[in-house]
Design a protein around this ligand. Structure first.
Ligand code: COA
Length: 330
């Protein structure tokens, strides 16, 4: 069983930061950022909570799908930058959009989140006869845990949200999800520490290989993540493709995670696919983590590039380190 993407919507914050705006925080310049990453500007939430962006995108997706929110059986929010440890973003969105009959949970697979969520949604739809629609919302505010003193990372990210209403269908679908947790410390942000009042000595054999971090601030080993990404992106396609005997020539559009244009170009070269079959939005959005693939997908649809019946490869990688691919017919 496959899925049909019935409708999509997106929301990006009003505030846009251009490359030169980062001169306020770090020693950098537009030329370095453009040539090393391909990014020109990125939206950054000035006042918007992450859940608010998610709700706006979700309402647009519901309207584009033309469905009654009461018919949504499940809300999945993919989010690595939730406003709250609890409640889930999904529960807040479920209430706001009026999905009165839905279950709701968050899924954190970092930048691969939308790929993981689509695959998860398909499995729920397949096994629950009563479930008509799933709402997937990818909403992220990377800006809220960026270290604005680290020029190697703060210039890369942006904020935004994109959502999709999906339903059962017999269209082509293939997926492959992977994780390599040995690289967990290469891209991380610490959330909680033991309270000082009750802290005890760790046993001598306890190993915590994570770097000492300021709470809630993103740490990145850019060079190692870059190496991983250039392998993971083509592999994500190959793993999903080989399950169904699909080749690169069957694919109309590749929609990769939008982190760095050099990563996408390297992946395209490895796959032997020309860059004009890749949707690229990172110049104006930066890396919006799990929102990056659905923002690019929605933009491709809105621009009329992606058409019904075409075959799409959604390929992602991110913290975890996670990676994965989905091939589907739009
Ligand atoms: N402006 C100006 N100079 C900068 C800079 C910035 N924003 N950031 C780093 N530099 C400097 C470095 O300090 C270094 O200077 P040095 O040679 O004097 O030490 C020089 O530029 C080269 O740095 P380097 O880290 O080798 O650059 P790079 O070509 O590897 O690019 C990244 C850095 C972060 C853009 C690149 O490694 C990358 O994209 N990694 C993957 C990140 C990613 O995708 N993360 C998200 C995954 S979901």
């Amino acid at each position: 069983m496959g899925i049909n993407i019935l409708g999509m919507g997106s929301y990006v914050p009003e505030q846009k930061l251009k490359n030169d705006d980062f001169i306020r925080f770090v020693e950098t310049n537009d030329e370095w950022i453009r040539t090393r990453t391909g990014i020109v500007e990125r939206p950054m939430a000035g006042w918007e909570p992450t859940w608010y962006m998610g709700c706006q995108a979700a309402k647009k997706a519901i309207s584009a799908a033309g469905i009654d929110p009461a018919d949504i059986g499940l809300v999945i929010s993919c989010c690595a930058t939730a406003d709250f440890h609890t409640p889930s973003m999904a529960s807040i969105i479920q209430n706001d959009v009026g999905a009165a009959n839905a279950g709701a949970f968050d899924l954190n697979a970092a930048c691969t989140g939308f790929v993981y969520a689509l695959d998860t949604a398909r499995r729920f739809l397949e096994t629950d006869d009563e479930m008509k629609y799933t709402l997937i919302v990818a909403n992220e505010s990377l800006s809220k845990f960026l270290d604005f003193t680290d020029r190697g990372s703060c210039i890369l990210f942006g904020d935004g949200a994109a959502a999709a209403i999906v339903e059962k269908s017999d269209k082509l679908f293939s997926s492959a999800l992977r994780s390599d947790g040995s690289g967990a410390g290469l891209l991380c942000a610490r959330a909680l520490n033991t309270a000082e009042e009750i802290r005890t000595e760790a046993p001598a054999d306890f190993k915590d290989s994570f770097p000492e971090l300021r709470l809630h601030k993103l740490f990145q080993n850019g060079k190692e993540v870059y190496k991983f990404a250039t392998q993971a992106l083509p592999k994500s396609f190959e793993l999903a493709a080989e399950k169904k005997g699909i080749t690169k020539d069957d694919i109309d559009w590749f929609i990769p995670h939008q982190a760095n244009i050099r990563i996408i170009e390297t992946a395209a070269k490895k796959l032997g696919v020309s860059m004009d079959r890749f949707i690229v939005t990172l110049d104006h959005y930066g890396n919006t983590s799990s929102a990056s693939i659905p923002l690019a997908l929605n933009e491709g649809i809105e621009k009329g590039l992606i058409k019904r019946g075409q075959k799409l490869a959604l390929i992602g990688f991110g913290a975890g380190l996670t990676y994965g691919g989905i091939i589907l017919e739009y």
